[in-house]
Design a protein around this ligand. Structure first.
Ligand SMILES: [Zn+2]
Length: 68
């Protein structure tokens, strides 16, 4: 899953408006879409990583691999 999946601007039904930065809601820049700047991209990436690495303390770490 991509870190930017929460951005729903892929449909193109926003009246011609481009994607907006999910961090600060400013218009996205070409080089850093869907973010307005590298700074906001970094902020969002760090938020996403924080969520990924926040592993719940379960006692069955192999839970996902054993289902085949
Ligand atoms: Zn921004």
């Amino acid at each position: 899953m991509a870190p930017y999946d929460h951005d729903h601007s892929g449909g193109g039904k926003q009246g011609g408006a481009g994607p907006h930065c999910p961090v600060c809601k400013a218009p996205a820049a070409e080089a850093t879409k869907p973010f307005c700047s590298k700074r906001c991209a970094d902020i969002d990436l760090h938020r996403w990583l924080a969520g990924v690495y926040r592993v719940p303390t379960k006692e069955k770490p192999e839970d996902e691999e054993e289902k085949k």
